[in-house]
Design a protein around this ligand. Structure first.
Ligand code: ADE
Length: 230
């Protein structure tokens, strides 16, 4: 099976590239895509750069040009739910864009006409992840992930996102990747390990925990790949 694995930052895919052995680098559409064989699958691995636009480009290329049959996103997030501590893993049940605002025309925050407020990730990949978590003895949270082109480092903005979308974690790429995959009809899964709690200390925590949390997420994603049917 052709499986795409993407992150937003180099640190989010480095642990994956370090584990897969040899790979080929292909330049396309302003990015580098790494292809290799792993666990009987063909992998396409890339980091997009930060944010909704770059992540949408990379996900589109993975679907359209590389023919990905499933897309797994691995990376870090800011925790909203009090249950989530730094290093904990959350998989998105559904994702939304917290920075979409067409409220002046009577739409709810996050809603784009002819789209949906929330996009659901693939149920089969989520149940596979739950099995992997049990076997690895890891706690895996499931919840709503809110995406926007903002690094959130304020309790006020964080509370607003929690209250408006009932979100458990926030980041900058998940919902745009979800939107691409929904449109290309490619099953997708978004996994994030918490790097910070999106409040006043977020930038310091992010710098301190980006690498370690990215590695937690990457290890889990590779375990999932080993168990996806061919
Ligand atoms: N990714 C990780 N932490 C984040 C934060 N606080 N805001 C946006 N994206 C993030």
């Amino acid at each position: 099976m052709k499986i795409a694995i993407m992150g937003a930052m180099r640190e989010e895919i480095d642990p994956i590239l370090e584990s897969v052995g040899t790979y080929t680098a292909i330049e396309h559409a302003g990015n580098i895509f790494y292809t290799c064989s792993y666990a009987g699958h063909e992998l396409i691995i890339a980091y997009s750069k930060i944010g909704k636009v770059f992540s949408a480009i990379t996900a589109s290329v993975m679907c359209e040009r590389f023919g990905a049959q499933a897309l797994l996103f691995s990376g870090v997030a800011g925790g909203i739910s009090k249950e989530l501590n730094i290093g904990d893993l959350i998989m998105a049940s559904t994702l939304c864009q917290h920075d979409v605002d067409i409220v002046a025309f009577g739409h709810p925050y996050g809603f784009i006409p002819e789209g949906t407020l929330m996009i659901e990730s693939d149920p089969a990949l989520r149940s596979l992840a739950s099995e992997v978590a049990v076997d690895m003895g890891i706690e895996l949270y499931e919840g709503i992930i809110a995406t926007g082109d903002q690094f959130v480092a304020s309790s006020e903005r964080k509370s607003w996102i929690q209250q408006t979308f009932n979100a458990d974690a926030l980041e900058m790429e998940g919902a745009s990747v979800a939107c691409v995959c929904q449109n290309f009809d490619v099953p997708f899964f978004v996994l994030r390990a918490i790097s910070d709690t999106a409040d006043g200390g977020a930038s310091e925590d992010f710098d301190a925990f980006l690498k370690s949390s990215a590695a937690v997420s990457a290890t889990f994603i590779l375990e999932m790949v080993k168990r996806i049917g061919h």
